[in-house]
Design a protein around this ligand. Structure first.
Ligand SMILES: Cc1cc2nc3c(=O)[nH]c(=O)nc-3n(C[C@H](O)[C@H](O)[C@H](O)COP(=O)(O)OP(=O)(O)OC[C@H]3O[C@@H](n4cnc5c(N)ncnc54)[C@H](O)[C@@H]3O)c2cc1C
Length: 384
């Protein structure tokens, strides 16, 4: 049997898992090629800790070129074109990569142009922003801090709540909590809509216990930094001295207008096999859209990118070996949510359950904080 080539676009959470799993499952005559514009992977769940100076970006980053020693070919390149008819992808440096199987795990592009003024907001949604906040927060001595989910969908729905609760504890430790008003804004009526009303109310309870204000059902329309005002689409507004916001999340540029998208905002996939409209092309992770039984969407989270990656890798390996691809993604996922003071909570469930996802939330404890620390260590060791 001639060797096959599997090309994986994006060396984030989903791409790394596919590459590692396939390399272990396939014989050496088959190639596993991983492509990313950046040769450095950074673990996003650690960004809120970076913001507070509890981690350095370098400590939660890994060099993807080290994967070569495992037999995974890594190419640092911007992907600029996709040619599904001829089974090729184009890179910015002019090189063309041919594939037998293609896995697209390109995540999201961040944008701010939809919301005037958003480009001057602080964010811990990327490494640079988290480092910027680490330098800026110690300068703050009081005022109104707004934590804002700008628009839906956004990755890791609990992360902004986690950030707000960690900030609350940080201000208390600095003994300036009495001088800081913390307020949370989001387009969702209640927190974490996809997990159901009960969990939303428990998160509201956690915010309330910490005296963090909550306004739901508001989409950010513009930011006036001179006057310190947030303007929302429904005509309401609010003041701020420091704004910490999620960026607008968009489909990666290279996928726009491609046959995978079919006019929509994200890549539709078969929810069990992650197959797409193009033959031998799979898509996983944040770039995809999976609609749940109750009409909401599977949240964009690393845990789902990971689970989908395991399924896709096993099915591709089975097909190459001449067996039936029998693995199916079941929609299970769990996520840690730090609540401050060395404590955390844990949200876990079956998102494909009908009529609604079946999700539970564990009460905050030191155990779940240390479980997240263990998860971080394990992730950065296991896939590199
Ligand atoms: C602050 C924060 C905290 C989070 N915490 C959690 C958590 O606790 N649990 C959890 O499950 N999830 C968490 N997430 C979400 C998680 O990081 C994402 O859902 C996950 O990374 C998605 O994986 P992916 O493979 O789809 O995309 P990514 O991991 O984003 O990977 C996409 C890759 O594609 C590359 N790329 C894009 N376009 C191109 C191109 N044209 N050419 C070349 N390369 C390209 C990018 O450089 C990137 O490396 C968090 C996210 C943030 C921001």
């Amino acid at each position: 049997m001639p060797g096959k080539t599997v090309v994986i676009l994006g060396a984030g959470v989903g791409g790394l898992v596919v590459a590692n799993r396939l390399r272990r499952l396939l014989n050496k005559e088959h190639r596993v090629v991983l492509v990313d514009r950046s040769p450095i992977f950074t673990f996003a769940p650690s960004f809120p800790w970076v913001m507070l100076g509890q981690r350095k970006v370098a400590g939660v980053s890994r060099d993807l070129r080290g994967l070569e020693r495992k037999g995974i070919e890594f190419k640092a390149a911007e992907i600029t074109g996709l040619d599904f008819d001829n089974k090729r992808v184009q890179a910015q440096d002019g090189e063309e990569l041919s594939y037998d199987y293609l896995v697209v795990s390109l995540g999201v592009d961040y944008s701010s142009e939809e919301v005037p003024g958003l480009n001057h907001a602080w964010t811990f949604y990327h490494a640079d922003g988290s480092e910027g906040l680490r330098e800026e927060l110690p300068k703050l001595s009081g005022g109104r801090v707004a934590v804002c989910v700008t628009s839906l969908p956004y990755r890791c729905p609990p992360a902004p709540y986690e950030g707000a609760m960690l900030l609350e504890h940080y201000f208390r430790k600095r003994k300036i909590r009495g001088d800081v008003e913390l307020h949370f804004y989001t387009p969702e009526q209640i927190p974490l809509k996809a997990t159901g009303k009960e969990i939303g109310e428990r998160v509201l309870g956690l915010l309330g216990e910490r005296d963090i204000g909550f306004t739901g059902g508001v989409s950010l329309k513009s930011v006036n930094h001179e006057k310190g005002r947030l303007n929302f689409a429904d005509g309401s507004d609010a003041g701020f001295d420091m704004l910490i916001a999620t960026p607008v999340h968009r489909l990666p540029n290279v996928l726009k207008g491609s046959a995978l998208v079919n006019g929509g905002d994200w890549v539709p996939v078969d929810r069990e096999t992650l197959t797409t409209a193009a033959p031998d092309v799979y898509a996983i992770g944040d770039a995809t859209i999976i609609t749940l039984a109750n009409g909401t969407q599977l949240p964009k989270a690393g845990v789902f990118a990971h689970g989908e990656a395991e399924v896709v890798a096993r099915n591709i390996a089975a097909e190459i070996a001449g067996s039936d691809p029998i693995w199916a993604f079941g929609g299970q996922g769990s996520c840690f949510m730090e609540t401050g003071g060395g404590r955390g909570s844990y949200i876990t469930g079956h998102f494909f359950a009908e009529p609604d996802p079946d999700v539970t939330m564990r009460s905050p404890s030191r155990f779940w904080h240390w479980a997240k620390v263990g998860f971080e260590r394990n992730w950065l060791w296991r896939w590199f």
